[in-house]
Design a binder for this molecule. Structure first.
Ligand code: 5RP
Length: 231
């Protein structure tokens, strides 16, 4: 049976087949996106001409190391396709992202792209979102007030998440944009659209990891092969 990293690589490989010469690519973050970058680098070495806009310092560093050409989103503000992993997705291509802490840039890049192609091992597909704790990127100012406001906004929807400040060792995790992340364990999110609106109503929330109406296609790899989900 194929191991998890090999499944991620297979999904990434199938995504690479959709990349054409001259494309402007949004390049995601995480181990599946990293597998994609490695495969992409081989194609670039073979002469494929693309430009990538990366969603994290980590992906940017890997692209540079492997010779994948990149530009800033300021220089290339409209992209053909964003290719990125996900922590969870449902049958309607609604996603939870941000396990790697890059959700803000990932969402900005996905929104700047004509299409968003999700690459994942098939275990990421779920019936109902929410098993994976939802990453919420918040401003450091008024952390406790924002924590309480998120709790209140969630409770108004009948949800009572466990909120944990993400840490690296003893220190708070800081995103590439200088913010903090609260991981919100909801259990089940029956109405992601309502939760998204509620979280956006909290001033300290910079962005959250629910990606709704952004993904257009998912490539899911399992031991049985690769399957496609379309919006
Ligand atoms: O959203 C993300 C990073 O912010 C990643 O796409 C998500 O965490 C999936 O990661 P992996 O490909 O390692 O399973």
């Amino acid at each position: 049976m194929a191991d998890m990293q090999e499944l991620k690589r297979q999904a990434a490989k199938a995504a690479l087949d959709r990349v054409e010469d001259g494309m402007r690519l949004g390049i995601g973050t995480g181990s599946t996106a990293e597998a994609f970058i490695r495969l992409l680098a081989e194609r670039v070495e073979g002469g494929l001409g693309i430009v990538g806009v990366t969603t994290s310092e980590r992906s940017e560093a890997l692209c540079r190391e492997l010779g994948v050409p990149t530009a800033t989103l300021e220089a290339v503000p409209q992209l053909d396709v964003a290719i990125d992993g996900a922590d969870e997705l449902d049958g309607r291509l609604r996603l939870i992202k941000g396990g790697g802490g890059a959700l803000l840039r990932e969402k900005i890049v996905a929104a700047a792209s004509d299409r968003m192609l999700v690459i994942a091992d098939a275990s990421k597909q779920v019936e109902t979102l929410g098993d994976f704790p939802l990453p919420i990127e918040i401003n450091g100012f008024g952390l406790i007030a924002t924590f309480l406001a998120i709790q209140k906004a969630s409770r108004a929807l009948g949800l009572d998440p466990d909120l944990t400040l993400r840490r690296v060792g003893e220190e708070p995790f800081i995103t590439d944009s200088g913010h903090l992340i609260l991981d919100a364990a909801y259990g089940r999110i029956e109405d992601p659209e309502a939760l998204s609106a509620a979280l956006h109503s909290v001033p300290g929330v910079v962005e959250h990891g629910l990606f709704l109406g952004l993904a257009t296609e998912a490539i899911l790899a399992s031991a049985d092969g690769v399957s496609i989900l379309k919006a």
